[in-house]
Ligand binder design. Structure first.
Ligand code: ZN
Length: 388
């Protein structure tokens, strides 16, 4: 068998650590050991506490250039993974890092221990042979797949407090749907989750004039919401969409009009909209129904978009050089930690192929992993030429 590449071997070491969110299982330590060998300074950033059972290990690691006030190129990612599900359904043990048929198998191979290994080995190779005028950094969290309250958001706060500057950041999420070089994420849609509750009056269905049916009111509002026009277009953003995901009264009987009824709704929206604007549009329908209507925001994440700058063209060039592909710029998919990093520097996302992420038999093509390392190496060198 062909010798495994350094990136593959390192990704294996990370996969073996069962870092199912929020557990770390030594994954960050593996990273720290390797990074200090390459010449990085590790800063442990644990947040939360053992007592509250929400302790999360995070890491900021930096290889400082000798040049004063040098620009810093940072890679951001997470070592935590989603649970493996039914491990009997896996072809290979999800925490073994088995290599078979040109693929590295295991939970986190694609999302995103593979990309972390590619970045670390890219730094290793470059620093062995070159003196850089830029600083290289890693921002790694153990809390991305979970509630994400003690992860990147807190590390970013720490960096701001300590006045540690990052000039540009690349997040190693698996952005490519099918093949490496297919897609860069340049922002993300906003996500607004809320509930609408209509409150009426209990009653017997045979005497509707004595009751007030909250279901009828809620159906009316939901119908209106389904037809709401949210067609303002923003560049590189998909259409804004609203989905009613649940309507529930908790009423088990068919001859009683319930007192209240609740719907859950989520809107994924582009930069033409804001939480305020959306809620105003929605609340305008409430006066059309006889019931009292209550709206409660469950969660709200603003959309963001990173305007193209020189760094993006460097990334595109490096991708083309290695893969001969011109990546699409996109903002599709769910949210990512880039939403916190965008507050301190321009951020783009580019990592492995995401086809198997979060699935049974998650894997990464070894060729893709090697190409990803080459892309990162080329990016570091061209960044040094332009920003060094
Ligand atoms: Zn991820």
């Amino acid at each position: 068998m062909k010798n495994l590449s350094e990136a593959t071997e390192f990704a294996q070491k990370l996969i073996i650590k069962k870092s199912v969110t929020p557990n770390d299982d030594g994954a960050i330590n593996i990273l720290k050991q390797k990074l200090s060998k390459i010449g990085f300074n590790n800063i442990d950033l644990p947040f939360g506490s053992k007592k509250n059972d929400d302790l999360i290990l995070n890491l900021f690691s930096i290889n400082k250039s000798k040049k004063l006030n040098s620009n810093t190129l940072c890679f951001a990612g997470h070592t935590d993974v989603v649970p493996e599900g039914d491990s009997k359904k896996w072809k290979f043990d999800p925490f073994l890092g088995k290599v078979s048929n040109g693929k590295l198998h295991g939970r986190g191979a694609s999302d995103m221990k593979g990309a972390i290994a590619a970045w670390v080995m890219a730094c290793n190779n470059i620093l062995k042979k070159n003196k850089l005028n830029i600083s290289l950094a890693l921002l790694i969290t153990g809390d991305e797949e979970g509630v994400a309250t003690n992860g990147t958001i807190k590390v970013v706060q720490y960096l701001k407090q300590k006045k540690i500057k990052i000039s540009h950041c690349i997040v190693g999420e698996p952005t490519n749907p099918n093949y490496i070089g297919e897609m860069i994420k340049v922002g993300r849609r906003g996500s607004l989750s809320f509930s609408i509750e209509t409150v009426g009056k209990y009653g017997h269905v045979a005497y509707p004039h004595l009751a007030k049916n909250p279901v009828t009111s809620l159906i009316h509002i939901c119908n209106r919401l389904n037809k709401i026009k949210l067609n303002l277009k923003a560049k590189n953003f998909p259409q804004t969409n609203l989905e009613v995901t649940s309507i529930d009264t908790g009423n088990p009987t068919s001859n009683v009009i319930p007192n209240s009824c609740k719907a859950l709704i989520n809107i994924r929206y582009n930069t033409c909209y804001s939480e305020r604007l959306l809620l105003k549009k929605i609340k305008a329908y409430f006066s059309e129904v006889p019931c009292t209507v209550k709206l409660k925001v469950i969660s709200s994440n603003k959309p963001f978009y990173t305007d193209s700058d020189k760094f993006l063209s460097l990334l595109k060039k490096s991708i083309y050089k290695v893969t001969k592909k011109n990546p699409t710029l996109s903002t599709t998919g769910g949210t990512s930690d880039a939403r916190y990093i965008k507050d301190i520097c321009p951020v783009y996302e580019f990592g492995s192929v995401g086809k198997t992420m979060h699935q049974i038999n998650e894997n990464i093509n070894i060729k893709d992993l090697e190409n990803l390392q080459k892309i990162y190496e080329d990016l570091i060198l061209s960044y040094d030429r332009i920003y060094g």
